[in-house]
Design a protein around this ligand. Structure first.
Ligand SMILES: C[S@@+](CC[C@H](N)C(=O)[O-])C[C@H]1O[C@@H](n2cnc3c(N)ncnc32)[C@H](O)[C@@H]1O
Length: 308
């Protein structure tokens, strides 16, 4: 379990953006890798740049575990890993101009139009980069998909970045599993580097406080069970209560909820706990989501529905 010391769970933090100096136990320039895979790059750069604090974001739990083990074997210091969508995390978990370097290596290109919203680099990501990168801060992309690198270069230039490339990378790049895989297959590898120009801004939606709403009337188990299917949709967001689990004694219930904010999807539980004054609707600790507008709205809607 040595790898667990690298893991952080920012969705549980009370203050967003968090104090990264506390998370690392020291102040140092922050460098971020999105989609670190099995962690080869982070394990290498942590040794090469011990003077930086490295943070990796991954959506695959298997990758987080493998990368954590790799870091532990390498005895790496000053690295933290989080299971989170790197696009959301980079936007929400760092202050303006708080990041020195951002790296993405061999992102899935998602060539089908119907999968395009899964791509890491898009307009929203560019807005995030111009906001969170420090003056002189850089973004670096390594990929085997030239057209992806070219499109990204164009977007970044339009946003005022000083872009170099994409140029073919003859020497070894991040040293990652996918680099090795594509080189074995004889694919060409491309890299672009982009230095931030004028600062930009982006809209952030997450905050630290945990929503909870008091219900000032007696709540029956039947009323809670009837919440399955409760949903709301509005421009930019939606939520739906998918299931309700009642405790055998009837004193509490868990509601499984799906919510989305501009395509950022989360699933979590709302607890309804009966007490002398009525009941309380609040987020349950089993799967804590980032507190986005849709999450807060779902807690309020559950309470309103039970209040009648
Ligand atoms: C093709 S693999 C490359 C992995 C690694 N960078 C390498 O070079 O070996 C792409 C990785 O990005 C991760 N990923 C995809 N979308 C992501 C996102 N929005 N945030 C964080 N990780 C993501 C996937 O889980 C996968 O591990």
């Amino acid at each position: 379990m040595d790898f667990a010391r690298y893991l952080v769970t920012p969705e549980r933090w009370e203050h967003i953006p968090p104090d990264w100096a506390t998370a690392f136990g020291r102040t140092a320039p922050l460098a971020v890798e999105i989609g670190f895979g099995n962690g080869e790059f982070l394990a290498g750069v942590a040794q090469e740049h011990p003077d930086w604090n490295w943070i990796g974001f991954e959506t695959s739990l298997t990758c987080v575990t493998k990368a954590g083990r790799k870091l532990a074997r390498a005895g790496a210091e000053h690295v933290r890993l989080a299971l989170a969508d790197g696009r959301f995390a980079l936007r929400e978990l760092f202050p303006d101009e708080g990041v020195a370097r951002v790296f993405v290596h061999f992102p899935c290109p998602w060539p089908k139009r119907s999968h395009a919203e899964r791509r890491v680099m898009d307009e929203d990501f560019t807005r995030t980069l111009v906001t969170v990168l420090a003056p002189g801060g850089t973004f670096e992309l390594t990929t085997d998909v030239l057209v992806y690198a070219e499109d990204t270069a164009e977007d970044l230039r339009a946003a005022g970045f000083d872009v170099t490339g994409p140029v073919e990378l003859a020497e070894v790049g991040p040293g990652s599993r996918y680099e090795a895989k594509w080189r074995r297959q004889g694919r060409r590898i491309w890299r672009l580097r982009a230095e931030r120009g004028p600062k930009g801004s982006t809209l952030r939606i997450a905050e630290g406080t945990m929503p909870h709403v008091r219900i000032l009337r007696s709540v029956t188990p039947d009323a809670v069970a009837g919440l399955v299917g409760l949903k709301e949709t509005w421009p930019g967001g939606a939520f739906v209560v998918k299931a309700v689990y009642l405790a055998p004694h009837g004193g509490s219930a868990l509601l499984r909820v799906f919510a989305t904010d501009d395509g950022f999807e989360q699933q979590y539980f709302i607890a309804v706990v009966r007490d002398e004054g009525g009941a309380m609707a609040k987020l349950d600790g089993a799967a804590v989501p980032f507190r986005t507008p849709s999450v807060k709205r779902s807690v309020a809607a559950v309470a309103a529905a039970l209040e009648g």
